[in-house]
Design a binder for this molecule. Structure first.
Ligand code: CO
Length: 140
Protein backbone atom coordinates (compact mmCIF):
# COMPACT_ATOMS: atom_id res chain seq x y z
CA UNK A 1 0.00 0.00 0.00
CA UNK A 2 1.35 3.39 -1.03
CA UNK A 3 -0.53 6.22 0.73
CA UNK A 4 -1.08 9.25 -1.47
CA UNK A 5 -2.73 12.63 -1.18
CA UNK A 6 -5.94 13.23 0.78
CA UNK A 7 -8.20 13.73 -2.23
CA UNK A 8 -11.40 14.72 -0.42
CA UNK A 9 -13.52 14.57 2.71
CA UNK A 10 -17.03 13.25 2.09
CA UNK A 11 -19.77 15.17 3.92
CA UNK A 12 -23.38 14.00 3.91
CA UNK A 13 -26.04 16.69 3.71
CA UNK A 14 -29.83 16.78 3.44
CA UNK A 15 -29.50 19.71 1.00
CA UNK A 16 -26.61 20.35 -1.38
CA UNK A 17 -27.99 23.80 -2.18
CA UNK A 18 -28.03 24.76 1.52
CA UNK A 19 -24.51 23.33 1.93
CA UNK A 20 -23.25 25.27 -1.09
CA UNK A 21 -24.51 28.48 0.52
CA UNK A 22 -22.72 27.54 3.76
CA UNK A 23 -19.39 26.78 2.08
CA UNK A 24 -19.60 29.94 -0.08
CA UNK A 25 -20.93 32.45 2.46
CA UNK A 26 -19.61 31.17 5.81
CA UNK A 27 -16.46 29.27 4.86
CA UNK A 28 -15.44 31.53 1.98
CA UNK A 29 -15.03 28.81 -0.64
CA UNK A 30 -14.03 30.40 -3.95
CA UNK A 31 -14.50 27.41 -6.26
CA UNK A 32 -17.64 25.28 -6.01
CA UNK A 33 -18.17 22.80 -8.84
CA UNK A 34 -21.45 22.08 -10.59
CA UNK A 35 -23.52 19.41 -8.72
CA UNK A 36 -24.25 16.16 -10.60
CA UNK A 37 -26.10 12.88 -10.06
CA UNK A 38 -24.37 9.52 -9.63
CA UNK A 39 -27.46 7.27 -9.86
CA UNK A 40 -25.56 3.96 -9.64
CA UNK A 41 -24.27 5.07 -6.19
CA UNK A 42 -27.56 6.68 -5.14
CA UNK A 43 -26.04 10.11 -4.57
CA UNK A 44 -26.05 13.65 -5.84
CA UNK A 45 -22.52 15.08 -5.58
CA UNK A 46 -20.97 18.53 -5.40
CA UNK A 47 -17.25 19.22 -4.99
CA UNK A 48 -16.07 22.28 -3.08
CA UNK A 49 -12.41 23.10 -3.70
CA UNK A 50 -10.15 23.98 -0.79
CA UNK A 51 -6.54 25.11 -1.36
CA UNK A 52 -5.16 21.63 -0.67
CA UNK A 53 -8.10 19.24 -1.11
CA UNK A 54 -11.84 19.06 -1.74
CA UNK A 55 -15.06 18.59 0.21
CA UNK A 56 -17.44 16.13 -1.47
CA UNK A 57 -21.01 17.07 -0.58
CA UNK A 58 -23.32 14.05 -0.78
CA UNK A 59 -27.10 14.28 -0.91
CA UNK A 60 -29.26 11.15 -1.13
CA UNK A 61 -30.69 10.25 -4.52
CA UNK A 62 -33.66 8.01 -3.71
CA UNK A 63 -34.69 6.16 -0.56
CA UNK A 64 -32.27 3.27 -1.14
CA UNK A 65 -29.33 5.66 -1.02
CA UNK A 66 -26.64 4.84 1.56
CA UNK A 67 -26.69 8.57 2.36
CA UNK A 68 -30.40 8.31 3.28
CA UNK A 69 -29.44 5.72 5.90
CA UNK A 70 -26.67 7.99 7.20
CA UNK A 71 -29.06 10.96 7.45
CA UNK A 72 -31.59 8.83 9.32
CA UNK A 73 -28.97 8.61 12.09
CA UNK A 74 -27.52 12.11 11.56
CA UNK A 75 -30.38 14.32 10.32
CA UNK A 76 -28.25 17.47 10.02
CA UNK A 77 -25.64 15.61 7.97
CA UNK A 78 -21.99 15.23 8.89
CA UNK A 79 -18.59 13.82 8.05
CA UNK A 80 -19.09 10.62 6.04
CA UNK A 81 -15.74 9.38 4.68
CA UNK A 82 -12.13 10.23 3.86
CA UNK A 83 -10.70 9.56 0.39
CA UNK A 84 -7.01 8.92 -0.20
CA UNK A 85 -5.28 8.60 -3.55
CA UNK A 86 -3.06 5.69 -4.52
CA UNK A 87 -0.93 5.28 -7.64
CA UNK A 88 -2.25 1.75 -8.40
CA UNK A 89 -5.79 0.79 -7.34
CA UNK A 90 -5.31 -2.95 -7.93
CA UNK A 91 -2.12 -3.05 -5.85
CA UNK A 92 -3.85 -1.12 -3.05
CA UNK A 93 -6.83 -3.48 -3.07
CA UNK A 94 -4.57 -6.51 -2.91
CA UNK A 95 -2.63 -4.96 -0.02
CA UNK A 96 -5.78 -4.30 2.03
CA UNK A 97 -7.08 -7.80 1.27
CA UNK A 98 -3.78 -9.23 2.49
CA UNK A 99 -4.28 -7.25 5.73
CA UNK A 100 -7.72 -8.83 6.14
CA UNK A 101 -9.56 -5.54 5.69
CA UNK A 102 -13.16 -5.77 4.51
CA UNK A 103 -13.69 -4.10 1.13
CA UNK A 104 -17.23 -2.91 0.41
CA UNK A 105 -18.16 -4.05 -3.08
CA UNK A 106 -16.20 -4.14 -6.31
CA UNK A 107 -13.74 -1.57 -7.55
CA UNK A 108 -15.83 0.88 -9.56
CA UNK A 109 -15.67 4.28 -11.22
CA UNK A 110 -16.14 7.07 -8.68
CA UNK A 111 -17.16 10.70 -8.79
CA UNK A 112 -13.83 11.79 -10.31
CA UNK A 113 -14.10 9.25 -13.13
CA UNK A 114 -11.28 7.11 -11.73
CA UNK A 115 -11.43 3.65 -10.04
CA UNK A 116 -12.37 3.61 -6.35
CA UNK A 117 -13.34 1.21 -3.58
CA UNK A 118 -14.47 1.62 0.02
CA UNK A 119 -13.16 -0.05 3.19
CA UNK A 120 -15.31 -0.99 6.17
CA UNK A 121 -15.00 1.59 8.97
CA UNK A 122 -14.77 -1.14 11.61
CA UNK A 123 -11.49 -2.29 10.05
CA UNK A 124 -10.20 1.29 9.60
CA UNK A 125 -10.20 2.84 13.06
CA UNK A 126 -13.84 3.86 12.74
CA UNK A 127 -13.35 5.80 9.49
CA UNK A 128 -15.20 4.84 6.31
CA UNK A 129 -12.29 5.06 3.87
CA UNK A 130 -12.39 5.52 0.11
CA UNK A 131 -9.34 4.60 -1.94
CA UNK A 132 -9.04 6.27 -5.33
CA UNK A 133 -6.54 5.94 -8.12
CA UNK A 134 -4.83 9.27 -8.76
CA UNK A 135 -6.30 10.89 -11.87
CA UNK A 136 -3.80 10.88 -14.72
CA UNK A 137 -4.20 14.62 -15.32
CA UNK A 138 -4.36 15.62 -11.65
CA UNK A 139 -2.55 18.28 -9.68
CA UNK A 140 -0.96 20.12 -12.56
CO1 CO B 1 -15.83 10.20 -1.90
Amino acid sequence: MQLGRLNHVGVATPSISASIAFWRDVMGAQVIREPFDLPEQGVRVCFVDTPNSQIELLEPLGEASPIAAFLAKNPAGGQHHLCFEVPDIAAARAAFEAEGKRILGPTRIGAHGTPIFFLHPKDMGGVLTEIMETPKDAHG
